[in-house]
Design a protein around this ligand. Structure first.
Ligand code: KIV
Ligand code: ZN
Length: 432
């Protein structure tokens, strides 16, 4: 049928990324306060943004996109508050988004007056669909918008020399842009900014809409790295969305394809299906022995704060964070976990069946791991008895007692709490 057409794979016999593993953390930029915020039913207030900013700082983000001040008064007020109340730590760079229009750029620089260091993130759409149907411009027309924006950044930065400026450009809708066009427009911007003269330049390649499998996106990123001017002086960043459910995978493969930096949000809040989830990618790295340089040791605080400012609840199966992701109800899983944990000591290599990482590394407790319902077998019941009450049953009583608990769960049609298991134990074995 003709309504949807397959994406075009890129013919790249020399591609390098399939042989890579990620051996060090990329730079992260948290865009919760901009991309995340602009997708909310109720955008955050200045007070809520301040709470989330503090969380992002505490987690260890060194680059934080704080808003789109030329497009929203609360965003403008928030940027002013950060600067005037001196809320930005010395090692943190704030970033603001702006379209490539003189009056919006001027307003963005006005918002940033007095900042110690700031990234001005310029974007315009480059995809074929947007060129033809939205802007009705050819490639030269789109390039002229980007170049005029880039030149305006240089002018405003020169007029405000007290701030250390970082320039960032996104060919928005990159995933719908022919690679030659994306490179031509981006190179025109790079030529204005002259990164080889010491200007810090970030080129951010967004999967504004995720339109292909992650391998195709990684090929696109690798190809751009080979075709951008002054690659060695650029920071190549990716900014993936999750329309096909692969935002994290696309960012991971893009890093293998040469990206230095990843933009995303805590737990993936963002436009439509969300931005890529930095918590998931960071913990994926962590589980491979790579330090993500983010402190995720109190994931409960992270989830609660994000939930309170976004008013979006966390799915119980959300990777690493959801209530149920380290829980086993089924008997065989419980038995395997119990056996592995019984021989595990602090400092050992983590080799616990069904638990890809130690829940305690996220501030979670082993108590969450084994929970009992009608699917649970003797392993789980024994584990709870031992763990919570120090009771060990002889082999010949184990099956008998697990049947008692299972019968109770079947009758009640719900989870059985640990004190109920103890009650059943007392009633079954101790009552006369
Ligand atoms: O998704 C996107 O393309 C964006 C850009 C503004 C970077 O959010
Ligand atoms: Zn985005």
């Amino acid at each position: 049928h003709r309504k949807y057409v397959p994406f075009t794979p890129i013919h790249r016999p020399q591609r390098r990324w399939p042989d890579q593993v990620i051996t060090e953390s990329p730079r992260w930029c948290a865009v919760d306060l901009r991309d995340g915020n602009q997708a909310l039913v109720k955008p955050m207030t200045v007070a809520q943004k301040t709470v989330l900013f503090q969380l992002l700082v505490d987690v260890g983000f060194k680059e934080i996109e704080v808003g789109f001040p030329a497009a929203s008064q609360p965003d403008y007020d928030f940027v002013r508050k950060l600067i005037e109340e001196n809320l930005v730590p010395d090692d943190v760079t704030i970033q603001v988004l702006t379209q490539a229009r003189e009056e919006l750029i001027a307003r963005s620089f006005e918002a940033l007056k007095g900042a110690r260091k700031a990234n001005v993130h310029l974007y315009n759409s480059t995809s074929r669909v947007q060129r033809e149907k939205v802007f009705r411009l050819d490639v030269d027309g789109i390039k002229a918008i980007a170049v005029a924006g880039a030149e305006a950044l240089v002018r405003h930065a020169q007029a405000n020399p007290a701030t250390e400026w970082v320039f960032q450009y996104s060919p928005e809708s990159f995933t719908g842009t022919e690679l030659e066009v994306a490179a031509e427009v981006t190179n025109a911007v790079i030529d204005v900014w002259q990164p080889q003269n010491g200007q810090e330049v970030v080129i951010n390649l967004p999967a504004t809409v995720e339109m292909s499998t992650p391998n195709v996106f990684a090929d696109m990123v690798e190809w751009m790295g080979e075709h951008l001017h002054h690659r060695e002086h650029l920071c190549i960043s990716v900014h993936t969305h999750n329309d096909r459910g692969c935002g994290v995978a696309a960012a991971e493969l893009a890093v293998m394809g040469g990206a230095d930096r990843v933009e995303g949000t805590l737990m993936g809040n963002g436009e439509r299906t969300g931005n890529m989830d930095i918590v998931t990618m960071a913990m994926n790295l962590y589980s491979q022995g790579v330090d993500p340089l983010l402190d995720l040791s109190d994931v409960k605080r992270i989830a609660e704060t994000v939930e309170s400012v976004t008013e979006i609840s966390t799915h119980p199966r959300h990777p690493y964070v959801g209530e149920l992701v380290f829980t086993a109800f089924s008997g065989s899983h419980q038995d395997a976990i119990r056996k592995c944990l019984s021989t595990y000591s602090e400092g050992d290599k983590w080799e616990i069946a069904y638990l890809p990482i130690d829940p305690r590394d996220l501030g979670r407790r082993y108590e969450e791991v084994v929970r009992i319902n009608s699917q649970s077998g003797k392993g789980g019941v024994l584990y709870v008895l031992e763990r919570d009450f120090g009771i060990t049953l002889p082999r010949w009583l184990q099956i008998e007692f697990s049947r008692v608990v299972q019968g109770f769960a079947e009758n009640e049609e719900r989870e059985v709490q640990t004190d109920e298991i103890h009650g059943l134990f007392e009633r079954h074995f101790l009552s006369v």
